[in-house]
Design a protein around this ligand. Structure first.
Ligand SMILES: Nc1ncnc2c1ncn2[C@@H]1O[C@H](COP(=O)(O)OP(=O)(O)OP(=O)(O)O)[C@@H](O)[C@H]1O
Length: 261
């Protein structure tokens, strides 16, 4: 099944077109790296795909559910936004119990899952402290657990390793791989290109609201004209090339993998 499918998905804010006519097909169980410069429309896309923002036109289905069917959609998707909202007067354990309650998740199984996830992220020892006393990384870990609690089919992650120390960041990256192995589709937006290079099966690059390149990282690198041997090309070269204002660079970009312009 296709995990994410969008047709002509568009969002306008007044005169600004944040996302323009986006056609995406993301198969189940893959890690999809969603890249783009600041203001390219990544957050807006994720907000539309999680039913937090309505498209101006076009449509989308996630896990087979139309995104305008919010009630059913939220059972199937998880979202870790860049600045996750948490009740800072609660402890992490209370926050997670509260979130599970909102979703009507079975108590015992959920509590076991919470403990496993907290333990994996090295947060068990702090789980009964109030979130307002947490570091940025501890808040991030709490929000990450919250996005996963209901075992979503499709998980949207916006800069999931933001503020995390190297060990915690590595744990999250490993969890992303494990989730995909278990069949979860992970839609990963980050500016940390080596993470995308290592973990994403497919990369999509958004520029000015449009998808300007898409394909497996290796294919994109092979086809990028970075003036270097293939081995030395990085995803950063691809990114800079396909998001360039320079029309000459626009001509000679990543043809083939799926250059979608
Ligand atoms: N609520 C809003 N009202 C008006 N304009 C908005 C709103 N949200 C986003 N935009 C505009 O839409 C465009 C895309 O923004 P978006 O936040 O989706 O980009 P992004 O790719 O997530 O950027 P970043 O990498 O900086 O997080 C920008 O021009 C932004 O100013």
């Amino acid at each position: 099944m296709t995990a994410i499918e969008t047709t002509g998905l568009t969002k306008r804010y007044g005169a600004t077109t944040a996302v323009a006519d986006l056609d995406l097909r993301v198969p189940e169980g893959v890690v999809y790296g969603f890249l783009g410069p600041n203001g390219a429309g990544k957050t807006t896309t994720m907000r539309m795909l999680t039913s937090l923002t309505r498209p101006s036109s076009g449509s989308a289905r996630v896990a087979g559910v139309p995104t305008d069917d919010r009630e059913h959609l939220i059972e199937r998707v998880g979202y870790l936004p860049e600045e996750p909202p948490l009740y800072t007067e609660l402890t992490a354990r209370e926050q997670l119990t509260y979130a599970a309650g909102l979703r009507d998740l079975p108590e015992e199984a959920t509590s076991q899952r919470v403990e496993e996830l907290l333990d994996r992220l090295d947060l068990s020892g702090d789980a009964d402290r109030r979130i307002d006393a947490y570091s940025k990384g501890m808040r991030q870990k709490t929000a990450f657990v919250q996005s996963l609690l209901h075992d979503p089919d499709v998980l949207f992650l916006d800069e999931p390793t933001s503020g995390l120390d190297p060990r915690a960041a590595r744990t999250i990256r490993k969890m992303i791989d494990d989730l995909a192995d278990e069949g979860t589709t992970v839609f990963l937006s980050t500016h940390i290109l080596p993470v995308v290079d290592e973990h994403a099966d497919t990369v999509g690059v958004l520029y000015d609201g449009r998808l300007v390149a898409e394909g497996p990282p290796g294919d994109l690198k092979r086809q990028a004209d970075a003036g270097e041997s293939t081995d030395e090309r990085t995803l950063e070269d691809v990114f800079l090339e396909v998001t360039s204002e320079d029309p000459a660079a626009d001509e000679a970009t990543v043809e083939g993998a799926t250059d979608v312009r």
